[in-house]
Ligand binder design. Structure first.
Ligand code: DGJ
Length: 730
């Protein structure tokens, strides 16, 4: 009997192979190939992700020669059931209770989306039920980035239940896998963690919702065939998930030493019912590969972000003075007008009014009241917002304002009207964080309200150019009064979809307003949010020493164009540490420069220095916004020096930043080799923000080859010594 079944199965396989036929599906960019094969069983398998292969057709004859892998180790969409025993990308219970899904290739199509952008959609169907899974790969040729997501369609009449619904699976084979990932919490975002993967599963994830990146950021770098992280050499795969909610990225090294990376929405407590005729679209997993080390992978991601990944990439992000650390909740119109004057005096381009301007019956004079009541607190600002905004414009400055529209205080008129809008599990305690609750964005009425907050805030003045969108708590005791009982587990996903639906409406109406994503600092730094936001507030920790580490980690994945970096007062309000003003400026100037302090407390000399540093920033800000980043020395290296540089695409200009993070002794001198310069060109070197340079090459014209080979040795050795050097080809 067994023999007959085996024979019948073999016949079926042959028939299937005959029906579809083995074929190669090739997704390519200028330097990267993602090569898949439809095998003899009609399964979509991944044969290669890495450097470009011009002719992959011979791979049709590919054999793994392994006898124990059941042929399932390279599935492009491994499912639960059938013969797969690895982490499934897709796990569902079908309408009839069947827990198996086995996908077979049906067809694929290639579309040209835009110049240099190609989309390949591969349709897979379950062998038994009416379920279609479309794998969508978008190749960005010039940026060497390929994004991947999938669309799950229930073609049956009855609902099915989705358990796992990852966006993409990438099988990789190397002798060693060195994973770099980014953990962190409030005021300590994007800290670099590194581990050599061993057999078994390593996952990075968040289950917090809203402040999604205050645990782990949904991104990683993977150095192949090495135990050491290298900026300039070796093969690196980097990835990031475009999702502003719970995520999970798994790295599973199996018994054959093959690594499978599976990334997507976190399945945690998120079973999703898919009705007949309904489609579930997963977020994009953004992937790149570089043979030029981690630096090459970062540059690819930055290039992609600046052409496709962030809102309005070509818009100049204004330098600014933000009122928060300078005034907190304690201000009058007069305070704000003086800040505008001071910002203008120091050459900044915008004034941003942070928290504390709203509330009627429950005025927002501290964090305990007012969230939800988005009308001007006339006791505090009797002339309204427009008078400040108009004043700023009159001084040649732009004007920005803070909102936190997803949140509600118990002490608010909104709570009195809509207690049912709060995220809550009926019958359980509604826990507060920072005295506030979260509004349930899975509810369309709440979505309308949140859109209305943005819209009505914009009506407060025709002079609002910038909105800082904050979110100061995460989800606890998840639950929704809106979602039906059987669909409570949809909450985590529907919240994010509701958030995006609101942002879609906002961007349709306000395409040019600069909007910052802030969530207690860098709690919402991801490419899902950046599709709608111009920039992020990188961290509430504005202390320059901590910022060197935070910005170093953040800019591994996200470009400096989007990373807000502010000079604040000393001692620093978060860490208590005092660093020199020059160090603070030199660190903040490697991102989107701003200030966040009370300028009235600065001395005349400090203001002069600020004016000078802001002015010099204008010489190279375009390099920060669109240049190539080269990390020269890591702040994590034990010798206590951090250095990085930005080089223009045509290599005609560069800016170098160097920071001493500890006393390095007079005998251990700085020696840095520059990168990215044209070896055959000569560069005039000029140190900025100093009267007397501590670099012998200042004011000289030096060869690109000399700077690359012999290097660059400014006399920096004391803690908080720093330098900014501007290079211009002659
Ligand atoms: C947290 C943000 O990260 C700060 O910059 C500031 O806007 C406060 N919230 C205001 O409440």
């Amino acid at each position: 009997m067994k023999r007959i079944i085996a024979f019948a199965a073999a016949l079926w396989l042959v028939a299937a192979a005959h029906a579809a036929g083995k074929r190669i599906i090739e997704i390519t960019t200028d330097d990267v190939s993602w090569i898949m094969m439809v095998n003899e069983r009609d399964e979509l398998t991944v044969l290669h992700f890495g450097g470009r292969i011009a002719d992959p057709e011979p791979l049709l004859a590919w054999r793994s020669y392994r006898h124990a892998d059941y042929g399932t180790d390279r599935m492009a969409c491994p499912t639960a059931g059938g013969r797969n025993f690895r982490q499934p990308a897709l796990r569902m219970t079908h309408a009839d209770g069947d827990m198996n899904t086995e996908l077979a290739y049906r067809s694929h199509a290639v579309e040209r989306m835009a110049d240099g952008v190609t989309r390949t959609s591969v349709e897979l169907v379950d062998r038994k039920d009416a379920v279609t899974v479309t794998m969508v790969y978008t190749a960005y040729e010039r940026e060497n980035v390929i994004t991947a997501h999938c669309e799950i369609f229930n073609g049956g009449r009855k609902p099915l239940r989705l358990h796992d619904f990852y966006s993409a699976t990438l099988p990789v084979k190397a002798s060693k896998y060195l994973l770099t990932h980014f953990y962190g919490s409030w005021a300590r975002e994007m800290q670099v963690d590194r581990t050599l993967l061993t057999h078994g599963m390593k996952s990075i994830e968040t289950r917090k919702g809203v402040r999604t990146t205050h645990t782990e950021n949904p991104s990683f770098m993977l150095s192949l065939d090495t135990e050491t992280f290298d900026e300039n050499c070796g093969e690196v795969i980097a990835g990031a998930l475009a999702w502003t909610g719970n995520f999970r990225i798994n790295f599973e090294v199996d018994e054959f030493d093959l690594l499978s990376i599976t990334g997507g929405i976190n399945p945690y407590a998120s079973e999703y019912e898919l009705a007949g005729g309904e489609r579930f679209v997963t977020p994009d997993m953004i992937l790149t590969y570089s043979a030029e080390g981690a630096g090459g992978a970062s540059r690819n991601l930055h290039d992609w972000a600046r052409s496709h990944g962030v809102w309005n990439p070509s818009q100049v992000r204004p330098t600014l003075l933000n009122s928060w650390e300078g005034a907190y909740f304690d201000f009058t119109t007069e305070t704000l007008l003086r800040m505008v004057d001071d910002a203008a005096d120091m050459g900044l381009e915008m004034f941003v009014l942070d928290d504390g301007w709203f509330g009627r019956e429950f005025p927002r004079n501290d964090s305990r009241a007012g969230l939800g009541d988005w009308c001007v607190n006339v006791a505090k600002l009797p002339e309204g917002i427009d008078s400040v905004a108009r004043y700023a414009h009159g001084k040649g400055l732009k004007f920005g304002i803070w909102i936190e529209p997803e949140m509600i205080n118990e002490k608010s008129e909104l709570y009195r009207k809509h207690p049912d809008w709060v995220v809550q599990a009926p019958g359980r305690e509604k826990t507060k964080i920072r005295n506030q609750w979260l509004l349930d964005l899975s509810n369309p009425a709440v979505q309308d309200f949140v859109f209305g907050v943005f819209d009505s805030t914009m009506q407060l003045s025709p002079h609002i150019d910038y909105v800082k969108w904050d979110a100061n708590r995460h989800v606890e005791s998840a639950g929704s009064e809106w979602l039906p009982d059987g669909r409570q587990s949809h909450f985590w996903i529907d919240y994010v979809r509701g958030f995006y639906a609101v942002l879609e409406r906002i961007r349709a109406k306000y395409p040019d307003v600069v909007v910052q994503s802030c969530a207690s600092g860098g709690g919402r730094v991801d490419y899902g949010a950046l599709k709608y936001f111009d920039e992020v507030w990188t961290s509430d920790n504005t202390e320059a020493l901590s910022r060197v580490f935070i910005q170093y980690g953040t800019n591994m994945i996200y470009p400096a164009l989007v990373t807000g970096a502010h000079v604040s007062a000393v001692p620093n309000h978060q860490t208590g540490n005092s660093t020199p003003l020059k160090f603070r400026f030199d660190v903040a100037s490697s991102g989107r420069l701003g200030m966040e302090l009370q300028p009235q407390n600065m001395t005349g000399r400090e203001r002069d220095f600020a004016r000078r540093a802001v002015e010099s920033y204008s010489m190279y800000r375009d390099l920060i916004a669109s240049g190539d980043l080269y990390r020269i020395a890591s702040p994590y290296d034990p010798d206590g020096l951090c250095a990085l540089m930005y080089v223009s695409k045509d290599k005609s200009r560069a800016v170098v930043f160097a920071y001493c993070l500890k006393y390095r002794s007079r005998t251990l001198k700085t020696q840095l080799r520059l990168h990215g310069l044209a070896r055959d060109r000569k560069y005039a070197v000029r140190e900025l923000n100093v009267d007397k340079s501590r670099y012998w090459g200042d004011g000289r014209v030096l060869g690109g080859d000399l700077l690359v080979e012999k290097g660059f040795n400014p006399d920096l050795y004391k803690i908080y010594d720093s330098g900014v050097y501007y290079l211009e080809a002659q």
